[in-house]
Design a protein around this ligand. Sequence first.
Ligand code: PMP
Length: 397
Amino acid sequence: MTDSLFNTLAPSPPDALLALIAAFRADPRLDKIDVGIGVYRNSQGQTPVFSAVKAAEQQLAETQTTKAYLGAEGDAVFTELLAPIVFGMEHASSDRLTGVQTPGGTGALRLGAELIARATPDARVWIGTPTWPNHAPIFSAAGLLPTSHAYWDASRGRKDFGRMMAALEEVAAGDILLLHGCCHNPTGSGFSLPEWQEIAKICNSRKITPFIDLAYQGLGDGLDEDAAGLRLLLSTVDEALIAYSCDKNFGLYRERVGALWIQAGSSKAVSTGRSAMLALARALWSMPPDHGAAIVRTILENGQLERDWQRELAGMRARLGEVRAMLAAIGPVFAPIGEQRGLFALLPLAAGDVAELRETYAIYLAPDGRANLAGLGPDTIARFAAAVLTRIAISKA
Ligand code: PMP
C-alpha cells in the first residue's frame, strides 16, 4: 500500500488567534476578559448585527426574486456605491479606477497578490512589522516574496516613521509597498497626512507601487478622515491597488464582503488590469458570495438605512475613543493608546507575560501582546490595566 498523498505535506501549526477563541470559551472563570479576537464588541461584550443590516436583510428576503449567478465581478452596483465612500465623490468616477467585489478583505488582498504575481513575479512586497499575521502568507501563497521593513518602536509604543522611510530608500524600483489605510492592525498607529505625503513622494521617486489595505474605514476618526491618506496617495501616484473590507465597518464578518480596486495611468491599463482581475477571480472563487454585498448595496441605496449605518458606526468609534482615553489616563505605558486609532493596541508584553495574564488573570490577549480594546469597558479597564502593569513590572525586575 502506498503512503497517503497527504502525508507528504508538512503539518501546519493551528492559527493562534482561532485557538484563542476555543480556549476563552472553555475557560469557566466568570471574570474572564477577551481582548484577543479582532471583532468589535459593545459594552456588553456582544458583536451585534447592525440594525441597518437587519433591515436590509429583511428587505432582501422580501424582494429578492432570484439567486442566479452574477459573474466574477460580483454585484457591480455594490462596488459602484461603495466607491464614493472610499475614494470621495470626485475621484470615485475616475476612469483610472476599476473595482470588483471580493470575498472579504482577504479575498481582495489575495486577488491583488495574484495580479501582481502575474504582472511582475519578481517584485518584492514590503510590509512593515508587525502586521496582520495573514499578510505575509497571502502574498507567499501567490508566489511573491513578502519582505519586512521597520515600522514599530516597541520601546516607545509608537511607530518609527524615520526608520520606515530610511528602509524604503533601499526598496528596488518595481517593488510593492503594502500600507494599512487606517487603524493599523496590530498597533493602532497610522500615518498623519504629511507622512502620507512623504510616502507618496518616495513611491513616485523610487517607482514603488503602493497596495493599500483598508479594512477598518470608519473605526478611526470618521469615514472621510480614515480614507484621507489613501485619497492623498492616489492623487499623487500613477498606479496603486486598494483592498477593502466591509466586514468590520458593516459588522458582516462571516458574510465575507470586500472589494479590490486598481488605479492605473491609462484607460488601456485599467481595462487590461480589469480583465486580468476577472480571469484570476474566476479561477480563485469563480464569483464572490452575494449576500454581504447585497446587504451593503441595499443600505447604500437607501438614504435612511445609510444614515442608520453611519450612526451606528459613529457609536462604535466613540466607544473605542472612550476606552482609549480611559486607558491613556492610567499612566505612561498606556499613554500612546490615546493617540492611536481603531480596535487594536500593541502592549509591551512577551509571550510569557501573555501566557501569565491568561493563566493567572483570565485575560486573553493575542500571542504578540495585541489587545482588542473593544473587549474592555468601564468595569474591566482598571483590572486589565493593573494586571498588565504588574506583568510589565515583573518582567523588568
Ligand atoms: N486586513 C487587515 C489589516 C485585517 O486586520 C483584516 C481582518 N482581520 C483583513 C485585512 C481581512 O478582512 P476580512 O475579514 O474582510 O477578510
